[in-house]
Design a protein around this ligand. Structure first.
Ligand code: WTA
Length: 637
């Protein structure tokens, strides 16, 4: 498969940008025409950012799995679609060709149907990084069910919240998952979540760790048994459901600055076009390349650049079950060497952590297959960039620093590998079709170069979120109400003299810990649930490996126990309420928090204290009790 929309020169990039601004509809229609539609659209784009209403390829019908799988069967049926590497280096890897993938997706789509799943139903997927997760994802899409993948690190309470919000009646999970030297008891976590979710009718359980689990009669069934049933039916086909371009494809929960995580909704047609277009152009994928994205499918990066983008492009995508540091810190390089990986897409936090192990883990690893390196999830510091470039890419592989968000569906600002220039710690230039703008606090555009501001996007692109599940108003308020007629990203940004963009981090109360988005309000809420906690305030602070660490200031009322144990208890509560990924790195007990006279916590001051920037605390005289600041500083961890 070759890609008519692949940009192969800097001139072609600039032309595409021009065209995408002058006539966005014609620009995207031409790209969308290269996909398989059951019925062509009537209208390319209908939109306003006030409601917001965004509809791409309106009236068009399709099934994304025909684009991900069926259309490759003719020429590429025997080509590897998925390569799977186990957590255990001694377990045999698996390769699924496009034909195999087709068979398995169709089979599992029938399993879903047999278990009562219908078009439009929400199906929660809580699994480890096994090929069956991709299969289940695609099987949902095949029959028009809406998947909601939940990352394996979230707690029972988080799962219950998400199940309730989406009213998901079906779950696909595993008995357990292997991650490094740990075993994660997925089914047992699901069982705890379901105590609160009686509306769940069916749990389909894949065997992976074969750890003992409870199987509730009438509710829980084994994946393997259900597949057998389909096989005894003579393996019927499963025609791809005809879906509207604007039908939802999935819900993915993500943290914001307030309240519980919200369910970002992506729809089928636009998401498909945008992820494929960005995949091919950013990574400059060439037929036959092996693409290794190290993210978990539980995050947007895995959705877009392990599953949908690569498969729509007929690529070979590698799924790795394990972690970069187990059995040792050379594991990524073993995987690259073993499968002759051409494109490696990972996160700065992983790079920094591996950098810390020095050069020994690289000895004897052949990385010469690598052509393109990618980074995502958080700003990449120059030191990590240079290490990645020199030690991994041997100065021979362009690095794409890709800025985007769960809400944007795909990569928005990035250089195109080997086509447009990279610049360390800069995401560089917008993709064609993306119109970024910087604004000041009042929403006034900041023009020119060598300027900083809040990053917004002024025109829709096909991959933009359409709503937040069950609460459209929340979507409007969160993204479209801060600045009139603009999509607000929540990120601060600098534009250099050449027009390159550098993302400087969130300007709202969202933390980015190891590339994972966590709302400070969410963590505070969890801490406040701990018995004895009166009040808390959470801020981020610079962390060498994680990028940001979580610093919690806590007012605690009785200390019958020693402080150390109480802190461990609080961490335990946060793990229960949200999941291990939200555990505070530092907890400081304080007697008061800096508040304004109206009772609002002055986080700015706490942030400065946590960042050790005591010289720039600013004016504290307007605080209700200015003395509290000195107290907090004296107890700083
Ligand atoms: C941050 C992940 C700097 C940013 C795909 C954004 C980045 C948030 C970069 C979205 C990058 C992502 N450089 N910062 N290349 N990529 N971010 O939704 O703050 O998990 O708003 O999506 O990560 O995180 P999310």
């Amino acid at each position: 498969m070759s890609y008519p929309f692949q940009i192969t020169s800097p001139e072609a990039y600039h032309q595409a940008v021009q065209k995408s601004i002058q006539d966005p509809e014609a620009f995207w229609a031409e790209i969308a025409s290269t996909f398989l539609w059951k019925k062509r659209w009537d209208k390319v784009l209908d939109w306003n950012f006030t409601e917001p209403k965004i509809e791409w390829f309106k009236g068009g019908t399709l099934n994304i799995t025909e684009n991900c799988i069926d259309r490759h069967l003719g020429q590429s049926g025997n080509k590897p679609a998925i390569i799977w590497e186990s957590n255990d280096p001694d377990e045999h890897h698996r390769v699924l060709t496009y034909r195999d993938l087709y068979n398995k997706v169709v089979q599992f789509a029938n399993v879903l149907k047999n278990n009562g799943v219908k078009k439009g139903d929400r199906v929660c997927l809580y699994m480890g990084m096994v090929p069956e997760l991709a299969i289940a994802t695609l099987a949902c899409a095949r029959i028009g069910a809406v998947h909601s993948v939940i990352f394996g690190g979230f707690s029972a309470q988080s799962i219950a919240d998400r199940l309730q919000d989406a009213q998901a009646g079906f779950i696909v999970t595993c008995d357990g998952a292997f991650r490094g030297n740990k075993e994660i008891p997925l089914k047992s976590v699901i069982d705890d979540a379901l105590v609160q979710c009686k509306f769940v009718q069916r749990v389909i359980v894949l065997t992976r760790t074969r750890t003992p689990i409870s199987m509730l009669k009438g509710r829980d069934v084994w994946w393997e048994d259900e597949i057998k049933k389909v096989e005894t039916m003579g393996n019927p086909d499963c025609p791809a459901e005809e879906m509207n371009a604007e039908d939802p494809l999935f819900i993915l929960y993500t943290s914001g600055s307030t309240g519980k995580p919200k369910g970002v909704v992506h729809t089928i047609g636009g998401y498909m076009v945008y992820t494929t277009y960005s995949f091919v152009n950013v990574f400059q994928y060439q037929p036959g390349d092996v693409h290794f994205c190290t993210a978990d499918i539980g995050w947007i990066t895995g959705h877009s650049y392990i599953v949908y983008g690569p498969l729509c492009a007929g690529a070979t995508t590698l799924i790795f079950e394990g972690v970069p540091t187990w059995p040792d810190a050379g594991r990524f390089w073993d995987v690259v060497d073993k499968f002759k990986v051409n494109i490696l897409y990972t996160a700065p936090t992983a790079i920094r952590s591996l950098m810390g192990f020095g050069n020994d883990p690289l000895i004897g690893k052949d990385l010469s297959s690598l052509k393109v390196l990618g980074s995502v999830g958080e700003p990449i510091n120059e030191e990590a960039w240079h290490w990645f470039n020199e030690k991994i890419g041997k100065k021979n592989c362009p690095i794409v620093d890709t800025w985007w968000q769960t809400e944007t569906g795909g990569i928005m600002i990035s250089n195109l590998a080997g086509i447009t220039a990279s610049k360390p710690s800069f995401a560089t230039l917008p993709l064609p079709g993306i119109q970024p703008i910087l604004v000041d606090e009042n929403g006034k555009e900041i023009e020119g170069n060598d300027v900083s501001g809040n990053l917004c996007i002024k025109f829709p692109w096909p991959g933009i979120l359409r709503t937040t599940y069950g609460d459209h108003e929340r979507c409007r308020v969160n993204y479209f109400a801060t600045y009139e007629n603009l999509y607000f990203t929540g990120d601060g940004c600098y534009r250099d003299g050449d027009g390159n963009y550098r993302i400087t981090g969130r300007v709202d109360d969202v933390l980015n810990v190891s590339g994972h988005r966590i709302g400070t309000a969410e963590v505070e809420n969890a801490i406040n649930m701990h018995a004895g906690v009166v009040e808390s305030a959470v801020v981020g602070y610079p962390h060498d490996i994680k990028g940001q660490g979580i610093y919690a200031f806590v007012i605690f009322e009785n200390t019958h126990d020693d402080e150390k144990l109480t802190k461990l208890d609080i961490i335990q509560t946060v793990s229960r309420v949200i999941g291990a990924i939200a555990k505070p790195d530092k907890i400081q007990f304080v007697t008061g928090l800096p508040k304004t006279r109206s009772g609002k916590i002055m986080r700015r001051i706490l942030r400065k204290i946590a960042e050790d920037e005591l010289g720039s605390l600013g004016d504290t005289s307007t605080l209700l009790d200015p003395d509290v600041v000195a107290d907090i500083i004296s107890g700083k961890l």
